[in-house]
Design a protein around this ligand. Sequence first.
Ligand code: FEO
Length: 396
Amino acid sequence: MYKPVEIAKNTYWIGVNDRRTELFENLWPIEKGVSYNSYFIDDDKTVVIDTVEAGKMNDFFDKIDSLLNGRKLDYLVINHLEPDHAGAISQTLLKYQGVTLVGNKKTFKILKDLYRLEIVGHEIANEEVLETGSHKLQFILTPMLHWPETMMTYDMSTETLFSGDAFGSFGTLDGGVTDEELDYEVYEEEIRRYYSNIVGKYWNPVQRALGLLEGTPLSAIASTHGPIWKKHIGRMVENYKHWSNFEAEEGVVIVYGSMYGNTEKMAEAIARKLNEEGIQKIKIYDSSKTHQSYILNDIFKYKAVAFGSSAYNGIIFPPMESLLSKIINTGIKNRIIGIFGSATWGGGGVKAIDEFAERMEWDVAGESIQAKGGPTASDLEVCEEIAVEIVKKLKQ
Ligand code: FEO
């Protein structure tokens, strides 16, 4: 029996937790799971905002049925069509005959192209308001946050913003649903990891949305993933300003691709010197072992990186190539970079990182170094010089 979870007046969380899926988008590890949040507004007209991933549909329908208590579902508002939220749309339309689907022009186009659903619904314009009785829902178009059709729904009567993916987090909702019931610190890493992995590329739409929301009274931000923000609204808005401007804290992320340990030795030399120079926030990752999801999270957190690679068949070591490609795709700006690596003949790794740094317009610390095979004492001294230059730039 579903016990209603009220998050604002007559507004209920009807989401589900997923602790079973290994990879979100079949790409990003979610060992702490994820929630697919959906909401029900109990008014003269009944409203559901977004659905859930298809595998969790039955729990979702049980919650809707319990709240409807025999009444009809009037509106299904679709803020976002990615299958983690839209997976249950066709079944929802079948089950709740006569429900009116509310979306924008692009919603209906993507429904047709992606889901092969040709639906006549209520097509809203930007800032249009839908009155459902005592609630007034205003629709705010936020394209590319995270897909072209993405919009937010603002309930003017409860000052609740249904924000879609924006302000979301990985991690299931364990017991609590709002941040008044949960510990922010438990979610902190997963909030940034979600931002850096999923939303980070769309920094420009994030800034546009923040501009649109400026001055809007907010009592709750109800995202499609993670806690509903009430206590930490200001903190989450500041996070989004900070990250979308690529601001970061003092610290260094060292990532290397090393087959036989030579490039790894250089990474250790850089890390030790950084520490001797007073840096304590240092993270070292072997790109073959740690999923880039976590590395990317730290690159959003810290201001400097040092990237190293061996050569592999005349090119950069493949896991490093994959990481650089993701960073290019995300368009991360304003980072300091030190470059190192090793090759016994040919090369390719260091050259690729040099080209990457130039393309990204990152601030290169010192001279990049490619050791010939095992690093010599003088190669390791160059690594230390890179570390010293990184620290100088961090302190500027
Ligand atoms: Fe949570 Fe872009 O879907």
